[in-house]
Design a protein around this ligand. Structure first.
Ligand code: ATP
Ligand code: RIB
Length: 289
């Protein structure tokens, strides 16, 4: 089983031809609410690919919480450890233009996830093959998950977003860390080439339409992205991480897993919404062959 510990949001998406400049108003073309949050997205990405997956997270007591839970259940994500607390659910306000987005994320209930709840789920971690983390939850919770995973020797994939919540001391506890290029620069403060060399077979840098780069201990490896007709790139990184976890869970090599993940992520950007384009295993296989 794959376990994801992370955020669940409702994404409020406004689409326009261009982003407004400071103090400017532009006319939008559409407005929609869709399921999101990096934790929920990554769990749904795994589920779409046919994996048994558990999300540990928190929703609020508002109407959005029902939308979030209903969607997770429909997507066959195990919600046993998704707790409801009083107050608002997590929300992300997303401005979308062709091929680009800008996001304001308001944590809401996601910041009510506690160390006590993680400790109460120790058996879930013990029975997991892989644990996935992002940083839209409290840092002490991230630490607690890392310590438990170390104790049970469960590999952790961390998507270090938002990078401002990343702590370098996490690194010895993580098997794979998957920043995008901006996050890589923010975290390591050096060129991507230098950073991946320092963390071979561990630091996997996603580069949007350029694919992914890592170092295998001997040389830099570049897996190019697959060409896509871009509708919405929101959640591309989440699809990538979910697919990576699913493939590692199936004992694939890192290289094979990354090839699969770049195909899955390319398919995901061809539809609207963070979760809207997440592919099934069959859809990825069809594109791989
Ligand atoms: P997001 O925050 O939007 O979820 P991210 O910034 O974390 O994404 P990216 O590096 O933009 O991550 O994208 C992750 C992966 O998705 C890339 O490595 C690539 O494989 C795929 N991808 C992203 N954009 C495109 C694109 N335009 N065409 C094809 N593949 C893409
Ligand atoms: O990675 C994309 C996600 O980031 C969105 O779904 C939004 O909710 C934010 O958390």
């Amino acid at each position: 089983m794959i376990t994801v510990v992370g955020s669940a949001n409702v994404d409020i998406v406004a689409e326009a031809d261009v982003f407004p400049n400071q103090g400017e108003t532009v006319r939008g073309s559409s407005f929609q609410t869709t399921p999101g949050g990096k934790g929920a997205n990554q769990a749904v990405a795994c589920a779409r690919l046919g994996e048994e997956v558990q999300l540990i997270g928190t929703v609020g007591s508002d109407l959005f919480s029902e939308t979030i839970i209903k969607n997770l259940k429909e997507q066959l994500v195990d919600t046993t450890y998704v707790e409801q607390v009083s107050g608002p659910s997590g929300v992300a306000v997303i401005l979308l233009t062709a091929g680009d987005n800008r996001i304001i994320s308001i944590p809401g209930a996601n910041h009510s996830l506690t160390v006590e709840r993680i400790n109460a789920a120790r058996d879930v971690f013990r029975n997991s093959t892989i644990v996935m983390l992002q940083l839209e939850i409290p840092t002490e919770v991230v630490w607690c998950v890392l310590h438990i995973c170390k104790e049970f020797q469960v590999p952790v994939i961390m998507d270090p977003a938002p990078a401002t919540s990343f702590c370098h001391d996490f690194l010895p506890y993580i098997r794979y860390v998957t920043p995008n290029e901006t996050e890589c620069q923010q975290i390591f403060g050096t060129s991507m080439e230098e950073a991946i060399k320092q963390y071979p077979n561990k630091l996997l840098v996603t580069l949007g339409k350029e694919g992914v780069r890592y170092h295998d201990g001997k040389q830099q490896i570049h897996i190019p992205a697959v060409e896509a007709h871009v509708v919405d790139t929101t959640g591309a990184g989440d699809t990538f991480n979910g697919a990576l976890a699913a493939q590692l869970h199936r004992q694939k090599s890192l290289f094979q897993a990354l090839q699969f993940a770049t195909v899955a992520a390319a398919l995901s950007v061809e539809k609207f919404g963070a979760q809207g384009g997440m592919p099934t295993n069959k859809e990825v296989q069809a594109k791989l062959t």
